[in-house]
Ligand binder design. Sequence first.
Ligand SMILES: Nc1nc2c(ncn2[C@@H]2O[C@H](COP(=O)(O)OP(=O)(O)OP(=O)(O)O)[C@@H](O)[C@H]2O)c(=O)[nH]1
Ligand SMILES: [Mg+2]
Length: 360
Amino acid sequence: MKIGVIGVAACGKTTLFNALTGGEAGTGGYGASQIHIGVAQVADERVDALTEIFHPKKTTYATVDFADVPGLGESREGASQRAEGESIPQALEGADALVLVLRAFDDPGVPHPRGSVDPARDLGDMKLDLILRDLSVVERRRERLEKLVAKKKDPDEMAEFELLGRLQGALEEGKPLSDQELGEKEIARLRGFGFLSAKPILVVINVGEDRINEPPEAFAFVKEEVGTEPVVLCAQLEAELSQLPEEERDVFLSDYGLAQPARDRVILASFDLLGLQSFLTVGEDEVRAWPIRKGTSALHAAGTIHSDLERGFIRAEVVSYEDFMAAGSMAAARDRGILRVEGKEYEVKDGEIMHVRFNV
Ligand SMILES: Nc1nc2c(ncn2[C@@H]2O[C@H](COP(=O)(O)OP(=O)(O)OP(=O)(O)O)[C@@H](O)[C@H]2O)c(=O)[nH]1
Ligand SMILES: [Mg+2]
């Protein structure tokens, strides 16, 4: 699962990307920079606590992939400088969700392509940009289909033509495709297009150091426009923080009056945006968080660990993280009778510790 980081040129996308992934990609390129792909670890106190208990050889956190894409919207100058063969929309089409960065920091050293800092305007522009990209995809496909349907009345193509016509109407009214009520069949029909305005969006407000403790409600326009609260952070501080050695981070955070790195909140919110949750496995070899979609069965969860576990699945032994911590060990959990035995169809919950019995 991958998240695309988007925003107007020089809003701090690459800086945020570095903070999320611990990377050191070049910033300040004004859209001329390349696409960056990186992996972010999902901070998880449960994994930390279990590591303290099991002292495993290895600890593995769940991860989310991020793709940092040079500025959309106002970065047309940047786009024209971009190297041939780097298809920006294509990198985004493959994304399962978007993180939209809005610049709210003032810095005369970093000119805004529109001449002024105005996150509400930029949000409107970006939304429109996504809609216009989708509209052009829909129009091109409909033109092709129109010719095909005129020659041969293929029912599938006719249904697609009709569906795209409906979407075109909505897009022309400036409505994102995420507002459309679509049936399962229709969603399947549209999957291959990678429509940008259909993707779930998390908004990140990139503020200056002086505003990092402002609540998301200070940016009420975000909730009105996209339906969810933004994460407020200073990307530059977060990037510096991610480069610090572990032991220096707490001092840095308290200097700025922060309880935890904002990057962790962005990653967690992204994880949630993708409809993911984690189940946990424990042992002397490894303590690990495994990302799965909400609603995943024990059988498929087992399959994410290894295909053998899915093929030879017998049963899963399951205990919630809280119950496990109260018991103190797997043996104690078993003795207390809180270690449940579940079958293939069992719907795994977030934070459950699972042990799969299998036979191949
Ligand atoms: N003052 C301040 N400067 C920032 C902040 N975040 C980013 N910058 C600076 O703004 C400039 C642009 O940041 P980038 O991260 O390259 O922005 P971008 O969105 O990736 O830009 P493009 O890829 O060119 O579209 C750089 O010089 C950053 O150092 C911030 O929170 N505060
Ligand atoms: Mg960049």
